[in-house]
Design a protein around this ligand. Structure first.
Ligand SMILES: Cc1cc2nc3c(=O)[nH]c(=O)nc-3n(C[C@H](O)[C@H](O)[C@H](O)COP(=O)(O)OP(=O)(O)OC[C@H]3O[C@@H](n4cnc5c(N)ncnc54)[C@H](O)[C@@H]3O)c2cc1C
Length: 478
């Protein structure tokens, strides 16, 4: 296998030594490691296609990997071929008239918006990891970001994907002009977490840069009051471009770090709210939002219009996870969604769970979407602490499910959330997911072991047994 792949990509781009593979045995999720048997890094689209076809000849399982910033263990799989896409970084074309761009999967998210800036356009989905994560990884995870409240998630910004299926068939989902016909296979592919095939080329929608942007920072004496402000703002009918909340633990972590943004360290919570659009009418929106915050008990509301001030406020939010790195060596960044009206109740529940298990939870999240990110800084090498964190996380996810929410807003299921899938979906729903997967990848060679526990797949029962990390029993995973 090594030789045949080296013939396609060159010997330098096939890695087999343990020291080389160690760099790819983890992503952004602590506590999960899996070492690939070999890593191959195609340098062109044609090489990528040839590599997948070579793997198909021998029935070899593989896992696609973009930048490895995923937070659910999505780009990890033990003893499979790792298909590294980070050399495929070409922005193939920008079409300012039709407001689209065609890119290779390894293009880093923020680079795309920088490249389209001269045309007055940008790529709207902006994960906080946007300076590192790739468009291919964003497609696979259906990534979100702070500005998805108004602009929508990745799904709303992709018009076409060229995909190589695990059997080596090259196909296209969607249409370069954004029209649809037949079944929405593009919609199905986006968010499929590398389990349906590999995106080889992606055509994205670009949006015009707004005329004006105003960013507000509101400080609150309680998380409850900040959550009430979120509901009040949304009820006005204004759709902010972003509506983010950070609690006191997060504020303190940011302010103690090099990403300091001037957040008030005594506030129990801050809301970062952005409105954008035409100059006309924007001041009125700002005034209404200010009033909503004040009526909900905000002690201070600051408005930044100058670019440098706005960037500073955003830097704190976007680098908050990094700032938490000062608290403990490991950080688990969780992702769940609850109905917006349930935010105060669920945040109180999270606080009680944290206290019960003696863990520190820092909340920083997309409040406007009800997309929570309870983060726990801890030491993954301390078995006892690891156990407490695991239990706290499990209870937090259950609390979100009980509140009518779900277990992932934007970070995917990956390995991390497999155990919650059976809590959330019926056997029939999980079985339907397995059948859909079979259409794209009947042999389960693309990113094996992800998203749906295979014991839920009726037609797949009894094959490829692996040991469950949860209960020690043998089960297979899809
Ligand atoms: C500090 C930090 C902040 C973050 N903030 C956000 C946020 O605000 N919003 C958000 O949504 N996420 C966020 N994330 C999570 C992560 O950045 C996203 O999930 C991102 O989309 C992953 O992209 P990647 O290139 O790193 O993919 P990887 O981690 O390499 O892979 C992720 C998944 O995509 C698959 N994959 C990768 N490329 C392809 C391809 N071309 N074809 C098919 N499958 C592929 C992999 O197999 C894997 O299952 C954050 C992560 C970090 C570390």
């Amino acid at each position: 296998m090594q030789q045949s792949l080296a013939k396609i990509v060159g010997a330098n781009w096939v890695k087999t030594r343990p020291s080389e593979l160690a760099a790819y045995d983890a992503d952004g999720l602590p506590g999960h490691r899996a070492t690939p048997s070999l890593a191959v890094f195609p340098g062109t689209r044609d090489e990528l296609i040839q590599v997948v076809r070579e793997l198909a000849k021998t029935g070899t399982p593989f896992v696609p990997r973009g930048a490895g910033t995923g937070l659910s263990g999505g780009s990890l799989a033990e003893d499979v071929v790792l298909l590294g896409l980070q050399r495929l970084t070409r922005i193939i074309s920008v079409d300012p008239v039709n407001r689209t761009a065609r890119v290779e999967p390894g293009v880093v998210n923020v680079r795309l918006s920088r490249a389209t800036l001269p045309h007055g356009l940008h790529y709207a989905p902006d994960p906080s990891s946007q300076t590192a994560c790739t468009i291919g990884g964003n497609v696979a995870e259906n990534a979100g970001g702070p500005h998805c409240l108004k602009y929508g998630v990745t799904l709303n910004h992709i018009v076409e994907c060229e995909v190589i299926l695990p059997d080596g068939t090259l196909t296209r989902f969607g249409n370069a002009h954004g029209e649809t016909d037949g079944y929405d296979l593009l919609g199905l592919f986006i968010g499929s977490e590398g389990c349906f095939g590999v995106a080889t080329e992606i055509t994205v929608r670009l949006v015009p840069n707004p005329d004006a942007v105003h960013t507000l920072l509101a400080s609150f004496a309680s998380v409850d009051a900040a959550a009430r402000a979120v509901s009040r703002i949304v009820a006005t009918g204004i759709v902010p471009a972003a509506l983010e909340m950070m609690d006191n633990a997060t504020i303190r972590a940011v302010e103690a770090s090099i990403y300091t943004a001037g957040y008030p360290i005594d506030a129990a919570a801050v809301l970062l709210c952005e409105v954008d659009g035409m100059h006309e009418g924007l001041d009125e929106d700002v005034a209404i939002i200010r009033r909503c915050c004040e009526e909900s008990g905000a002690s201070d509301v600051r408005v930044a219009t100058a670019e440098a001030d706005r960037m500073r406020l955003w830097q704190g939010r976007k680098k908050a996870f990094g700032a938490m790195g000062r608290i403990a060596p490991s950080l688990v960044v969780q992702d769940a969604v609850v109905p917006r009206t349930k935010l105060p109740e669920v945040l109180a529940r999270i606080d009680a769970i944290a206290q019960h298990h003696g863990v520190k939870v820092c909340n920083v999240f997309h409040a406007g979407d009800g997309n929570l990110h309870p983060n726990i800084p801890y030491d993954a090498n301390n078995a006892e602490e690891n156990d407490r964190v695991h239990h706290a996380m499990s209870e937090i996810m259950q609390a979100c499910i009980d509140a009518g929410g779900t277990i992932t807003g934007e970070h995917g299921v990956g390995l991390d959330k497999l155990p919650y899938m059976e809590r959330l979906f019926s056997a029939a729903s999980l079985d339907a997911m397995c059948r859909v997967r079979s259409v794209f990848d009947p042999d389960r060679r693309a990113n094996p072991g992800k998203v749906v526990p295979v014991r839920a797949c009726r037609e797949w029962h009894g094959t490829a047994g692996v040991t469950s990390p949860r209960d020690g029993s043998a089960h297979a995973v899809a």
